[in-house]
Design a protein around this ligand. Structure first.
Ligand code: SF4
Ligand code: SF4
Length: 73
């Protein structure tokens, strides 16, 4: 299994990066601050760091958009 972020669902809130992945596998590729001060984060899961522990996928509070998906590598 590979853990990925569904970019169509992702709200770019950046919350997943701070939730405590034991391997720090959530990576911010790009951070944008909108003119109204809203911060947007383009994030991905680093497959080389992820140990597939399932924590981020199992806990509903981890991602408000349920954008973390499990798929084939
Ligand atoms: S917590 Fe979910 S919606 Fe927010 S940036 Fe991460 S994957 Fe996207
Ligand atoms: S499956 Fe585990 S190691 Fe991989 S990104 Fe999610 S919390 Fe981190």
């Amino acid at each position: 299994m590979a853990y990925k972020i569904n970019t169509k669902k992702c709200l770019k809130c950046g919350l997943c990066v701070t939730q405590g992945c034991p391997e720090n596998a959530f990576v911010v590729d790009k951070k944008v601050t909108e003119s109204d001060g809203l911060k947007l984060y383009t994030v991905r899961i680093d497959e080389n760091k992820c140990t597939e522990c399932d924590t981020c996928f199992s806990f509903e509070w981890w991602c408000p958009a349920k954008a973390i998906v499990k798929g084939k590598k």
